[in-house]
Design a protein around this ligand. Structure first.
Ligand SMILES: C[S@@+](CC[C@H](N)C(=O)[O-])C[C@H]1O[C@@H](n2cnc3c(N)ncnc32)[C@H](O)[C@@H]1O
Length: 215
């Protein structure tokens, strides 16, 4: 039985990796959530010191690396992980030669991480919300807690609903559901509604949550 479950888990992981890799391997891959500019909550986290000057940042699900590169350019030591090797190759091609380049690594945030450093801060835009099961979400959180320092800060950008359906009640419900997963380890410092998709026919909305790990 345990062998069967392990095999199933391995197959599901392989599916996630190959699905994302297939997308990221296309030269013209430009999904609705891909950013044209650094999102305001990310800019603000750096400019108002939520991410303290010079602090180290781990990013989960970095895609092609625009936000990791922004953090590195602002003077942070950044390690950025993505499950899809083609995304990591693309990020290295785009930002690997920058004077301050993030360290881009292929890795599954729900499995053993390819790093064991401790970070002051963590960042995720759109990775946690792609996880399909409670098992994956708890593996993600276990991994996050294994590398985020006590009192470390976490900025999470997570989808809510398409703009037509995104009411204050929907935002509050998503926030509360997320806090059910997070509240054992994090306090919610602040949150706000954000737009997650800069282009595409339908606009996906989301919330940006500033969290702090317990001491
Ligand atoms: C919606 S995209 C967001 C990408 C990027 N953060 C951005 O804002 O443009 C989600 C990303 O998470 C990555 N991802 C999905 N599941 C993952 C996992 N288990 N471990 C690491 N990365 C994962 C995908 O390859 C994809 O790049």
């Amino acid at each position: 039985m345990i062998g069967f479950l392990k095999g199933l888990r391995r197959r599901l992981t392989t599916d996630v990796r190959s699905n994302w890799s297939r997308q990221w391997a296309k030269d013209d891959y430009r999904p609705h959530w891909m950013i044209d500019a650094i999102p305001q909550p990310v800019e603000a986290a750096v400019s108002d010191g939520f991410f303290a000057p010079g602090c180290s940042i781990i990013e989960f699900g970095c895609g092609q690396g625009e936000i990791a590169a922004f953090f590195a350019d602002k003077g942070h030591r950044v390690v950025a992980l993505d499950i899809a090797p083609p995304a990591i190759e693309r990020a290295r091609r785009r930002y690997g030669d920058a004077p301050a380049s993030p360290h881009f690594l292929a890795g599954d945030v729900c499995r053993k991480l390819p790093i064991d450093d401790a970070f002051d801060c963590a960042f995720d835009r759109g990775c946690y919300h792609t996880l399909r099961s409670a098992t994956e979400r708890s593996a993600y959180l276990r991994n996050l807690l294994s590398i985020l320092k006590p009192s470390g800060r976490f900025l999470l950008l997570h989808k809510t609903a398409f703009r037509e359906e995104c009411t204050p009640e929907v935002e509050a419900r998503v926030r509360d559901e997320l806090m059910e997963d997070l509240e054992r380890h994090f306090s919610l410092i602040a949150w706000e509604g954000v737009q997650m998709s800069p282009h595409g026919e339908r606009v996906m909305m989301g919330i940006a949550m500033r969290l702090q790990r317990s001491a």
